[in-house]
Design a protein around this ligand. Structure first.
Ligand code: SF4
Ligand code: SF4
Length: 73
């Protein structure tokens, strides 16, 4: 059975290449976003969160970040 939500998310990413964005000035490298991401799309690089293209823009990390460092464009 086709999961239309996944299809729509895929289409959105394919067309617009959207993903969560990290404000490097606000990120403290706490790692909470890494832990909350269900698709493991965030890694810490030099203590700054970096979002990969695996991001499905669920918004969980935006809510989780204590410093308001992540946004969805
Ligand atoms: S939760 Fe926020 S401050 Fe913590 S690592 Fe992620 S982006 Fe940085
Ligand atoms: S928006 Fe969701 S999928 Fe994307 S990095 Fe944040 S928690 Fe992971």
């Amino acid at each position: 059975m086709i999961n239309w939500v996944s299809v729509q998310v895929f289409e959105k990413r394919r067309v617009f290449f959207l993903k969560a964005a990290v404000d490097k000035e606000k990120c403290t490298g706490c790692g909470q976003c890494v832990d909350i991401c269900a698709v493991e799309a965030i890694q810490l690089v030099d203590d700054i969160a970096v979002v990969s293209d695996e991001c499905i823009e669920c918004g969980a990390c935006v809510d989780e970040c204590p410093n308001g460092a992540i946004s969805l464009d």
